[in-house]
Design a protein around this ligand. Sequence first.
Ligand code: FES
Ligand code: MG
Length: 590
Amino acid sequence: MSGTKPQLRSQKWFNNPEDPEMTALYLERYLNYGLTREELQSGKPIIGIAQTGSDLSPCNRHHIELTKRVRDGIIANGGTPIEIPVHPIQETGKRPTAMLDRNLAYLSLVETLFGYPIDGVVLNIGCDKTTPALLMAAATVNIPAIALSVGPMLNGWFRGERTGSGTIVWKARELLAAGDIDDDGFLELVASSATSVGFCNTMGTASTMNSLAEALGMQLPGSAAIPAAYRHRGQISYHTGQRIVDMVHEDLKPTDIMTREAFENAIVVNSAIGGSTNAPIHLNAIAKHLKIELTNDDWQTLGHKVPLLVNLQPAGEYLGEDFFRAGGVPAVIGELMQADLLPHPNAVTANAKSIGENCSDKRSITAEVIHPVAAPLGAEAGFINLSGNLFDSAIMKTSVISTEFRDRYLSSPTDPNAFEGRAVVFDGPEQFHATIDDAALNIDEHCVLIMRGAGPIGYPGGAEVVNMRPPAYLLKKGIHALPCLGDGRQSGTSGSPSILNASPEAADGGGLGLVQNGDRIRIDLNACTANMLVDEAEIEKRRAALPADAYTPPSQTPWQELFREKVRPFSEGMILDGADEFQDIAHGTM
Ligand code: FES
Ligand code: MG
């Protein structure tokens, strides 16, 4: 922030006395759809609206409507809105993965914000990857930016029970595998969770990332949780439009808001909300684009001991509308502050107030949905960061370990937080789906299911496939979860306690590529280790015999090829190599 009013960068295009010819050329084409010289030349900030809503992106599509209110707010406060199309990213529609497109949408938005006369930007966030992609772009170009969630869908219901988007799929798959429902029943049950416009109503990756965008200070307080269909959503869109104009005048930039302190706050909030295992990837990535060092160790150090306060599926029972009515993110932060658990109440936010000023007097309205710290839903809701000869870093969300799982694997009187099992290895999700019910694999409750070839390089972008269901014959016996481990990701809507995001991945030389069916696997949650009990000489022998491209199938598109050459592991945010320098490249030339 600076005291003097900055020269608007848009005026270098539209009102440059040193170059009237170019000014005329820039002006004439932006006038052609009806913009006036007054709007472009009188020093009104030009506000980009980074539009992620489209027919291809149903989760964010409601932004098309909300943008009308954003425009109204911008104009009412003396700005000129310009809508910017963003490369579409739909979590459930994109092959092979939506995650592959996060860095692509990032790159294209950077190029747009850099190359056009934009003074500030509203980031239309929502579906999983849209939030990090847009925050990464704002970090790199570092012009005033504010995020606007599209909001979650209304609650889903089926026969009187809440059905949460994504989460219900995992349950429906088990019911289908056990023969309790047929294909039509499967669709009916799954579709019941998708009630209205908006993003997933569970605390999956979308709600997580939208909540964390607010915890980082990049949204107006209370914005993340408002359901897409509520009138409050239109109203906060108007206020967001108003506010970005002031942010331009105040020169309040992403680097002023997204500081190391803001990330530490966000890590704590992530634990309290029971946030997705995708959050460390995305926040580590956003931080890298700001030249802030953030690692999976930080997540364990700062986040693991924080209690779970929010009772939303998949860790709990409720859904997005309930979260909103209970007070949303400000209430969570207020509860954390009361217990002195928010590390940096002074971190500044998009409304120019500190997060402490915004939230200190906010409290849970419904204690059943947002618990107080004194009576949490669970202890130690954050992630632990494991390492060993299978990988250097992989995370596990210990708060979703079920009683059944704990009783079976983590209740040895002598070694209560460790277990050993026999490896059953799947090379990619296709092999898993084709063979999981095959009796020849001889899977029993003493097995550890391993997924590999599913990381950023192996399955470009990294597939959400590490949470693997047991074979149907075990489900019928009442065994609902086996230990799972892998170099892919897992949907934030899944409640499975997998060890995932393993880095480096098998396709990048990780130890997962060397494990074989039948190897003993030892996992120790106290020591935070995961190892194959195979001696070093044997491991080296296997490594020498492994073809270089063993876990990298051919690329299907040019972007896949470029992405695979440049991508860093999940532990480093799956950024493009050199991303910590990108801000320097743009800096000073904006
Ligand atoms: Fe888009 Fe969940 S699939 S938010
Ligand atoms: Mg997802």
